[in-house]
Write a new protein. Structure first.
Lengths: 435, 435
């Protein structure tokens, strides 16, 4: 086999066999296929796409490039989840303990944030002492013991994905549905749970800007899961405004705690109950997603969900007292209000602009490897649809310095659209793709 | 500027500015833009194409990557020519002395063959003593003195082309009209003649398989020439059958000598007179291409053309006696006839198959840097349209060994299509694109 022939075949619109794709991925990881040939191949994929069979073969080739987790007897009941991320997206912090509190094991490997969206690991590390570096054995043992664990992905898992992503990132080949879908699903398949729930976001604050694009990506991922024999469903949810009210690491942990206590913002609680309902159904704990959501609402009210989060924090070395006393989380020295420039109704809040403001405060990183500030961020006081008066506080900035806070306040004020009438309310959940 | 942004811009179908293209080419040659980014860019160009302005900018950026020839006062009158090559294509051997014999200076830089088509340098080096390695000064001086020179291209000329071509060659991005056109034209512009004639071949034995594709390439190249202020024309010619009768280095030199003597095969003589007529017109020596062709026919008959070839050989260290005595050219020890398998009419001769047979005899090279055998090759005895009887000789194989010759004879026999009736005659010249 020659890389040239495979590039040409894809360039000309033909489908590669599973053997050809495996050869290409193995050759790339092994150094036999140079970067420049893989770059040309990826650009050809960008233009020509891949069939579902090719995408499944690519995903498996990536999984086989490294080690896989052995969940043992847990694999059968465990339900993994993936969110395509977005501004203020702390669903993993809520969902993992919430679903585990209902008896469904949740093995969750997460990543760090880049750009205007935060990462679950960064958020959890705002909890004093919390460690996301777990060995495979510790990860599996913890899930067996308390029903859940959240850790960073080991480099030994799916090394082909990291290498391919690094190349895509510098060759303008990130935005390709089969490449995105195989990248996400390879990491889910490597974890080994028998069921996977995908939360695919769309809108201004998400990677996929339109609902139609999100649906295409969701269908590609569900097809991969189905081909791999995993029970897989994808929920498409709107991310035009930030999710919940807090954007920033410790601020989001505090909001997740409030939500697990049954006191969270309505949009966040609603999305977590909906996603969690599907997870309970995928895990065989409920007959329908609606029944699952009802069960989870009971777990919020009973305090089971919050106690599971406390157990998770304790198991991973964090200070469990933050659950009862969120003041123990890091806090920023400067708090600045963002006054409304005019009276009217909040017609929209640009999630991307809020995310960038939070990043510039230090809550996110512009480049890989940068440290993040756990304390800083933005808390929204007036959500979309709410009537406001001029100079009323739209949001609060949590900043390291007054100078940084004033710059962020200007950005956040500009992110609010104030109109004369309220916008039509659109549901957060836009659709579900099932296996 | 960032290579990423330029890849993305081309990927999304936008046109790059001349400054952006120059930055990319300079960065690539200077090592700032890595191979993998250029490979992704080239694949995006394959899918998105380039505007005439972008193609002209790419061509100039490549020219400026290295040195250019200084033809001095010769530049004004000199006419360069390029042929896209094909099996049995010895037009340069005939045209360079023929056009020079009519008073138009011809500066010709040529290449070596690869695959089933031979290179002009390989053919000339079949003449004992002939050197194609001329310094720039010697090249220009010789043109001033005898009106023509044929030499290999120095690595200092258009280094970006060699580097880009090497990358295209391994990333399946050779077949892109703007990339082909800019590659060819950059080398013509670097030589510096004020006029350029392009011979773009189409058909089974050529790089462009269809007349429509050849026309697109010809138009792209003429547009580059026009943008650069060079008088440029392109003749589109058919290459379904081998051109002339001889395929192989010394065999083609002998056929070129016969043609310069006025005794060559009709198709080759006709094409050379037509192309040369255009060169005389471009060089200001004739009012029309037809008038130019008539002038050249007189030069064939008077012996001026043959004497110019003799002078060219002498000037470049070759044995000029080959002109009067082609037996002095290297000859192969084994000659084998190729008998016709049946009676009928020669309906077609597959040029590519003949070229591959000659290559396997040793006349061409499968890989860069391999030596070629000057003596071996194929001579066609029965051209397309000729009535043949079974076992009559269709061709003669000139081989180094009987074993190699028998293998080639089988390939050559299979390249002949024998039918019941003669095919419709199609003219060799299919069209002309003028500046």
């Amino acid at each position: 086999m020659r890389a040239y022939d495979l590039i040409q075949k894809k360039r000309d619109g033909a489908a590669l066999s599973a053997g050809e794709i495996a050869w290409l991925v193995d050759g790339f990881v092994g150094g036999l296929v140079p970067d420049y040939q893989m770059a040309a191949f990826l650009m050809a994929v960008y233009f020509r796409g891949m069939t579902p069979e090719e995408t499944a073969a690519l995903t498996w080739a990536m999984v086989r490039s490294g080690e896989t987790l052995d969940l043992g007897p847990l694999a059968r009941d465990a339900v993994d989840k993936h969110s395509s991320g977005g501004v203020g997206d702390k669903t993993s912090l809520v969902l993992v303990p919430l679903v585990a509190s209902a008896g469904v094991p949740v093995p969750k490997l997460s990543g760090r944030g880049l750009g205007h969206t935060g990462g679950t690991l960064d958020k959890l590390e705002a909890i004093p002492g919390f460690s996301t570096a777990l060995s495979e054995a510790a990860f599996v043992e913890q899930i067996g013991r308390i029903g859940c664990a959240i850790a960073g992905q080991s480099a030994a898992l799916v090394p082909a994905d990291a290498r391919l992503y690094a190349l895509r990132d510098v060759t303008a080949t990130v935005d390709s549905v089969p490449l995105i879908a195989s990248s996400i699903m390879s990491k889910k398949l490597a974890v080994g749970s028998s069921a996977i729930l995908l939360d695919v976001k769309c809108g201004r604050g998400a990677f996929m800007k339109t609902e139609a694009d999100a649906r295409i990506l969701a269908e590609a991922m569900v097809a991969i899961g189905r081909a791999a024999g995993r029970r897989t469903a994808a929920v498409i949810s709107a991310m035009d405004h930030p999710l919940g009210r807090a954007v920033g690491n410790a601020l989001e942990v505090a909001e997740a705690i409030a939500t697990l206590r049954g006191e969270g913002p309505q949009d966040l609680e609603g999305l977590c109950l909906a996603l969690g309902g599907w997870m309970l159904m995928l895990g065989g704990r409920s007959a329908s997603p609606e029944e699952g959501s009802e069960e989870l609402l009971r777990r919020l009210r009973s305090g089971d969900a919050l106690r599971k989060f406390e157990a998770l924090i304790r198991a991973q070395g964090g200070d469990p007292r933050v659950v009862e006393d969120p003041e123990r989380l890091p806090s920023a020295p400067c708090r600045l209000p963002v006054p409304a420039p005019a009276s009217g109704v909040v017609a929209g809040i640009d999630a991307e602009a809020i995310g960038l403001a939070a990043m510039q405060l230090g809550a996110g990183r512009a480049r890989k490897g940068e440290a993040v500030d756990p304390a800083v961020g933005v808390v929204i006081k007036r959500s979309a649809g709410v009537v406001v008066k001029a100079r009323e506080h739209l949001a609060t900035i949590h900043a390291r310095s007054e100078e940084a806070g004033l710059a962020a306040a200007r950005q956040v004020a500009a992110a609010f659209a104030i109109a004369e009438s309220a916008p039509a309310e659109v549901p957060v959940i836009r659709g579900v793709i099932r296996w």
